[in-house]
Design a protein around this ligand. Structure first.
Ligand code: UN1
Length: 479
């Protein structure tokens, strides 16, 4: 099997250490072999990016736009193939994988346009005869550290704006999913990215990631991943005054009011809680349900959960793929035991499935009822197909419980009441509010991000991405 190498200063570089990319649907299936970068490789990549920045930051925006556009075109042309690779290495269903690959292609296209719109402002000075210009400029070397749960979309929405605005990139994908990361790199190379402007260093967070966050030549770091690592990344970056953006967890509420369309609410909850195997920081993990609709809602949820096929991610009849890895599966199962020990009722699912004909990390999605918001299963992010129901007396209590969390990424409400929906939109403490739509699943052209413990730093995606990937220069001109 061919070794997929790292890209450093425009050249593919192998390694002694190799990652076996294992298919979580079928652990006998090795998706590929990927070189593990060392600290020295990472230092070389950072140095190459720093050297390349001198000319890349001065290129015409048209040059950057064309490269991103070509990359987006190739991703879209190969959407099915890349989606299949994604499903094999991460375990989300083929439909989800292909959808995500499409999203990545669109992100590149969007930022191909944005490269041309990197404008500034011009204001009259308060002093006569002076003019003030405000320009946006690239930062320098951006370190990008991406998670395993969106192997192509999250790298795309960090890499594309970084390059569009004239930065150079050192990219470290999650160790579990190097496949899509390598393909993006190969595509960028074919699209004409100059040597050193974009570098791929696959490998461990404790080795490669640590060097990226500590190296003084990395000007800014964009990270998506767990809360613990995110805090470490942010603290390290701030310690040396580097710009940093971290996207971390969620414990996203989905409020269901008595006047909700029951079918729609169940669809939102099933999608938000269990699609992508619940492995989304935007997942609806707390279903906050008003008394009058509670019993019907729970009954309809269980009926729907019974119809979900759990199986091989690339099988078209599968609704829910496997959990990404054995440690993640173990952690999910531990939370099932924690919930039971806390007195919650396990109303459905929650067991490891052995009846699938492949040897993978399959788990039956779980629904807990009779829970309260102070239980650990309602406080800590599980990051698996586990949802809880919290019964509330009315809208006011629903809002209070929804906001009673250390997280603040996405919050949903299912209701026919414009009054309650508008109030929820205003008073939710989340960065994204979803009205009669699932908490997960976002557009690629608008800002993404949260408040409180979910996110730190400027928003990602859309035009707002320039807040992070550029810095402002104010110039005073006297003629
Ligand atoms: C989505 O819900 O479409 O890691 C995107 C995550 C988020 C992305 C969610 N940063 O799950």
């Amino acid at each position: 099997m061919d070794l997929h190498k790292n890209l450093i200063n425009g050249e593919w570089r192998g390694s002694k250490d190799v990652t076996q990319n294992i298919n979580p649907s079928d652990i006998k299936d090795v998706v590929g072999q990927y070189a593990k970068a060392t600290v020295d490789d990472t230092i070389d990549a950072i140095a190459a990016a720093k050297a390349a920045f001198v000319s890349w930051s001065m290129t015409s925006p048209e040059v950057r736009s064309d490269i991103l556009d070509r990359a987006g075109t190739e991703i879209l042309a190969r959407q099915e193939e890349l989606g299949r690779l994604l499903s094999r290495e991460e375990g989300k269903t083929l439909g989800e994988g292909i959808g995500e690959a499409g999203r990545a292609g669109r992100v590149f296209k969007f930022f191909a346009g944005e490269a041309l719109r990197m404008g500034g402002e011009s204001l009259p000075s308060t002093r006569p005869g002076l003019q003030v210009n405000i320009d946006r400029e690239p930062l320098g070397v951006v370190g990008i550290i991406s998670p395993w749960n969106f192997p192509i979309a999250i790298p795309a929405w960090k890499i594309a704006p970084a390059l569009a605005y004239g930065n150079c990139v050192v990219f470290k994908p999650a160790d579990l999913v190097p496949g899509c990361a390598w393909e993006i790199t190969d595509i960028l190379l074919r699209a004409g990215i100059p040597a050193g402007v974009f570098n791929l260093v696959m490998g461990r967070g404790s080795v490669v990631g640590e060097e990226i966050i500590q190296n003084k030549d990395v000007t800014a770091i964009s990270f998506t991943g767990s809360v613990d690592i995110g805090k470490h990344v942010a603290a390290t970056a701030v310690g040396r005054m580097a710009k940093v953006q971290t996207e971390m967890g969620g414990k996203n509420p989905l409020v269901v009011l008595n006047d909700a369309d029951l079918g729609k609410a169940v669809d939102c909850a099933i999608n938000g809680a269990f699609f992508s195997t619940g492995q989304r920081c935007t997942a609806s993990s707390r279903l906050i349900v008003e008394e009058g609709i509670h019993d019907q809602f729970v009954e309809a949820m269980i009926a729907k959960m019974k119809t979900l096929n759990i199986g091989d991610a690339v099988d078209p009849s599968t609704h829910i793929g496997p959990v990404v890895s054995h440690p993640q599966l173990q952690q999910n199962l531990e939370y099932i035991e924690i919930g039971k020990a806390e007195g919650a009722t396990l109303a459905f699912g929650g067991e490891r499935l052995k009846n699938v004909d492949k040897d993978g990390f399959y788990m039956q999605p779980a629904l807990f009822t009779e829970t309260n918001n102070s239980m650990r299963i309602n406080v800590e992010e599980i990051f698996g197909p586990v949802a809880t129901v919290i019964k509330v007396a009315d809208y006011d209590e629903a809002l209070q419980v929804a906001n009673d969390t250390t997280f603040g990424l996405s919050a949903g409400i299912c209701t026919a009441s414009l009054k309650n929906a508008s109030d929820f939109k205003r008073r939710s403490e989340a960065g994204m509010v979803m009205i009669n739509v699932p908490t997960a699943g976002v557009d690629y052209h608008v800002p993404f991000g949260g408040r409180k413990g979910s996110s730190y730093g400027a928003r990602e995606q859309g035009r707002y991405a320039q807040e992070f990937y550029t810095t402002v220069k104010t110039t005073y001109i006297s003629s």
